[in-house]
Design a protein around this ligand. Structure first.
Ligand SMILES: [Zn+2]
Length: 317
């Protein structure tokens, strides 16, 4: 049921819903004893209109008993509008596929980077490449270290040069404390290791042998933190990564939808159920990540039970 407590100003116009916003605008004018006494933030919120650009209801948040869900900073007046808004966001994310973040590759092969700097000799590179071929794969850095006796630290340094990123230390690493920032599925599937948050605004994200700019960008958009990606030496990365995967993570729902509209529908349902105070959508490769904040944010890293994720894929991707 929509309007429960229309006030005097709203009654001025009772002809149709479409006329209501004009009355509300009059209400919003500063008037002694009127709504101008509200703090600015609260005023902004209660005078919000529905965020769905196609919405024709004209409801203001002020007149609705629902104040949530909030999706990407906008309030939705009804479940249909939540669905429409999520559908638009989903289409936006799918359109951006194949962007620079997805396709970034290092400029130079690792062997060449090391050869150029004189860190390995040509016959060491040849030997490692042969071993790699004979084994049918494996990373070149692995074969250089294992078969040619090149130090793992040097390989990691070369990876940093190859990807133009720093080598990140594990000091001050707090795996359990950072699980609310990146879903376990992404940490596992894309080999990422959240290392620490500096000054409440920079997240250091470690990788073993190749960066994942698409994941880094999604984490940045969802968390609002600036993500600094870097390499972590393999011997340190592996145990830290294994330990992190055993830690507790926020609740997550995984959905494999048959189509994009079906995924939008499932996400809208989740939003209507959880009624988050904020939520955001970002794509990570073929996954769509919907994060919901169930309580207002008070720090850079939310509490485990203050957020909830939905990760979905749409058939035919
Ligand atoms: Zn609406």
């Amino acid at each position: 049921m929509p309007v429960l407590n229309r006030n005097a100003a709203a009654r001025v116009s009772s002809r149709s819903n479409l006329a209501l916003p004009a009355a509300a605008l009059a209400l919003a004018d500063p008037a002694p004893g009127g709504p101008s006494r509200l703090p600015d933030a609260a005023r902004g919120r209660i005078f919000d209109t529905c965020a769905n650009p196609g919405c024709r209801s004209g409801w203001l948040r002020l007149w609705r008993s629902r104040s949530a869900p909030v999706f990407e900073g906008g309030w939705c007046c009804s479940e249909a509008c939540t669905r429409a808004l999520v559908g638009l966001a989903l289409a936006r994310e799918m359109e951006a596929r194949g962007s620079a973040a997805d396709t970034r590759r290092p400029r130079l092969p690792l062997g060449l980077v090391m050869l150029e700097r004189g860190w390995i000799a040509a016959d060491q590179l040849r030997g490692a490449l042969e071993a790699q071929r004979a084994a049918g794969g494996g990373r070149l850095g692995y074969w250089l270290a294992r078969q040619q006796g090149v130090s793992a630290a040097l390989v990691t340094r070369a990876l940093g040069l190859q990807w133009s990123c720093p080598v990140l230390p594990l000091e001050f690493h707090d795996p359990e404390g950072l699980t609310p920032l990146v879903p376990r599925l992404f940490i596992d599937a894309f080999g990422a290791l959240p290392l620490r948050v500096a000054a409440g605004r920079i997240l250091y994200l470690g990788f073993e042998d190749r960066l994942d700019p698409a994941l880094a960008l999604a984490v940045e958009r969802i968390t609002g933190l600036r993500v600094e990606s870097g390499m972590v030496e393999e011997s340190r990365f592996r145990p830290a990564h294994a330990r992190l995967l055993k830690a507790r993570f926020p609740a997550v729902e995984l959905i494999e939808a048959a189509s994009e509209p079906a995924l939008a529908y499932a996400m809208a349902r989740a939003l209507e159920r959880a009624r988050p105070v904020e939520s955001r959508l970002a794509r990570v490769h073929d996954c769509l990540w919907l994060r919901m904040w169930l309580r207002p944010r008070t720090s850079a890293v939310p509490e485990l039970d203050a957020v909830s994720d939905l990760i979905g894929s749409a058939g035919g991707n």
